[in-house]
Design a protein around this ligand. Sequence first.
Ligand code: HSE
Length: 435
Amino acid sequence: MKPINVGLLGIGTVGGGTFTVLKRNEEEITRRAGRPIRITAVADKNLELAKSVTGSGVRLTDDAFSVVTDPEIDIVVELIGGYGVAKELVLKAIENGKHVVTANKALLAVHGNEIFAAAQKKGVMVAFEAAVAGGIPIIKALREGLSANRIQWIAGIINGTTNFILSEMRDKGLPFAEVLKEAQRLGYAEADPTFDIEGVDAAHKATLMASIAFGVPVQFDKAYVEGITKLDAADIKYAEQLGYRIKLLGIARRRQQGIELRVHPTLIPEKRLIANVEGAMNAVLVQGDAVGSTLYYGKGAGAEPTASAVIADLVDVTRLHTADPEHRVPHLAFQPDQITDVPVLPIEEVETSYYLRLRVLDKPGVLADVTRILADQSISIDAMLQREPEEGESQTDIIILTHLTIEKNVDTAIAKIESLDSVTSQVIRLRLENL
Ligand code: HSE
């Protein structure tokens, strides 16, 4: 059996894991793929490091372009990340007729339409299981396993760093900044964790899931993105008292008017399985009209969990390498001429429930004013909590949970509430999903 030749771009954590797992499970993987999968070339700036992982028998180079143009290479695995040289290399690989396997969610969420179109034209595959939720085969599930369904919504904990931080804030009652330092010390968060904590990484992943769930182009620029940096430990505590956990969710929902695509801290009922996903773990909940709810749970990052997804793609590509391109699974699950340009709704049009925390003077009539404003915006109250003021304290917190409403109604209500003399600071607003 002639091996299929793979060129690896980047042999850091995931590249190293890919090399190790391919070697360790070589026999089993070959039995599945039908022929051996061989990494024959590796490009990395750090040749010493590359050598220490690969040993001999692999061509090592610091020139990644020599790999994507190498006539011997059938599949290029891109593990460099980012939108810069990675984009050039992926497009060059496609131009040279190579299939591509990538873990690069940022690249695909931002430039996916261009990359998939180029691949389609050239008749090659671009596989990206490792780009979303690491080792969880969520792309496979959405693109193939659930293809009978009209998918209604997806809600995922798809960033391990932020889930770790939120779990620690809740468990230990610590503020965000302190837990972030701990996450960095433990190696969960990057030295520059901006993409994680600001919700950008989760939005990249949600963008990709929305595309394959609904058959729409990738539209990262339309996603609403709010991270956890401003989240106050007090709100985690109040949410808990009301029976909710706060998670950073990536949400994609189909509505009549368009698609909701948003990432933000979200209250979810603590009795939901997904509310109990703790630490750096990931989970994705998918609602399909035929199957109902399905939940996918596992490690969203790390060397071998991510390698598990990369290698699954390598096996897929190997099996389908000789198939007529028309008979392969389409990149975005729907046939390319069936991708429809459904609009992504602006955040003001999103429909969800809300958690509002108000700092108010503890005097008669305050609650009546607030509830009148909510009623005027047709916002119905679901639950309420008032913190008992401390001895001698003249102010207190009121927490209100609303039923479903449209965000712009809440914007209007908040502006009016904040203009009341009895409301002493900005209203804290979080979104709530009952899932
Ligand atoms: N930085 C990501 C996370 C892992 O924290 O989940 C890679 O997608």
